[in-house]
Design a protein around this ligand. Sequence first.
Ligand code: WTA
Length: 646
Amino acid sequence: MKKQIFNPNPEFAKDARVGSMDAYWELQNRAIEDYEGFWKDFADEKIDWLAPYDKVLDESNAPFYEWFTNGKLNVSNQCIDRHLADKADKTAILFEGDRGDVEKITYAQLSQRVNKMANLLKNKFGVKKGDRVVLYMPMIPESAYAMLACTRIGAIHSIVFGGFSAEALKDRIEDAEAKIVITADGAYRKGKPYMLKGVVDNALSQGGACVDSVLVVKRNNEATEWVEGRDHSYNDLIDAESDVCPFELMDSEDPLFLLYTSGSTGKPKGVQHNTAGYILWAQMTMEWVFDVQGDDLFWCTADIGWITGHTYIVYGPLAAGTTTLMFEGVPTYPNAGRAWKMVQDHKVTQFYTAPTAIRVLYKMGENEPKKYDLSSLKVLGTVGEPIDPPAWKWYYETVGNSNCSIVDTWWQTETGGHIISPLPGATPIKAGCATFALPGIMTEIIDPDGTPKEIGETGLLCITKPWPSMIRNVWGDEARYKKAYFGDAVKDGKPVYFSGDGAVLDEDGYITITGRMDDVINVSGHRMGTAEIEAAVNKDDSVAEVAVVGRPHEIKGESIFIYIVLKDGHINDDIKSHINALLSSEIGNIAKADDIIEVPGLPKTRSGKIMRRILRTIAKGEAITQDTSTLEDPSVVGQIEACVKG
Ligand code: WTA
């Protein structure tokens, strides 16, 4: 059956930057005909170059691509200084705290605070260009100041999501060899204070010898240990710093930040983004996909610890000169109307969230949006996991009053910004469908060897040409970068980028994302690798073997489902809680399992490879369709099914 199509609101399309599919194709055809010329035009228009680049794209060392070679710029200039002439008094960041406290920070104030923090990092802590700075921060404006201060002096930030455990934080600090950690005493969540600094203390007691200083921002006055000589109070030091800190001239390809993310094997990888290409695409996608204009107020509900928070709370909105709303709390506290009240109170124009949040908001208050004036909304965005058609429909009809475009944006930590998404003034949309690659982006759905899939056949989603904001390297590990993202498939003599996601084209050329094709699990839009979860479970002495899969979950999208083989005895509540305690201490509470099932053995091929596909099918409660005759012991499949049915 053909899916229903929803056309953009004509009133909105009239003033949109890209106002029709003809305008979309004009852009995309220009990129197809003259790829470098397309990117050159936008780089020249959007970036405040402080010295010109010599070459748009250098492919000589593929897949290590360089964009805008030898150009000079600075991201904090791009996001702040260059706006001061005409936007000094415009609100840059509108902060709302968990307890309803609101603060408006203008571009002029943002400039002062970022300059002061840059001076503090430079003068007091000796942070220099190229040094790594780890942030373990809550959602408070100081997090954005710290990010921008790093970019101002050329330091490379690596933000670790505040939900990660001390162990996970320690691993990331050590891998990046960070010199300093910036944190807060804690913050507020659901009306209650929680602690962050204690996790940093714990991490540094286990390792992280590279760190000489910890800078602590005061948010909730939670008492913490204080290590003299190592710990410093931001609030006590910042006033003495000057609010003038000249920015470093950064090369287009100087590293901008690292962000650790999970893949199908091994420990999380430090995804490295570089300066010019990242900021260019952050700004362009902000302008195209959300079409922010004038006094728009943009609200992305992500946490700055994820790529969505980097690109669409801080860098994209500020580079585009818009107002970004930063929210400390959860959208359902103190009640199911919190998010909608915030939209009403602040007149939010673009709202960007994850399908999990949409499902929770729906479940907690289907009619709640109707109690508020949401007429300011123009564009609704979704990201992080496939959105199911019922959630999409509620978002479109009830939240958006059938008036707003929904932009279902597909992208990844590695892509830096959006890759596939509708354009709100141009693209006729279908429920649950990410639609088309953005102008300048070349995607294909293929087999591992590069053969394109037919319409209706799910294949591997890949990006066939390098794009400016693509991952540049896995921090310190070029071999891993090549192996993780580039396979055998080649286009125009260059390896294509494999996303790890599956996708399918329909008869109208629309792309629907089907989900991960590899061993990555997506729980509430949080990416986790089965290998890291299995490594944590293996630390339990009673476990002989373990295999982890994702199981579809009504709210979270997927939940973690663990099969274990015990050395002896049988599973009991103690073992289960010990395994969950390990997951929360090794990774974080987001890694806790919904199901832990004891089985007599795992389905393995004769070469010893665990057939996770079979385990996924059983976890879903579906009938096995895979060929099990090649297994070392086919009878184990029936035994596992019996254990799961219990
Ligand atoms: C998934 C988040 C379906 C996908 C920006 C991808 C999506 C992973 C969508 C990246 C979407 C993201 N529809 N799936 N619109 N957006 N994903 O690195 O599996 O945290 O590979 O980046 O999220 O997660 P990451």
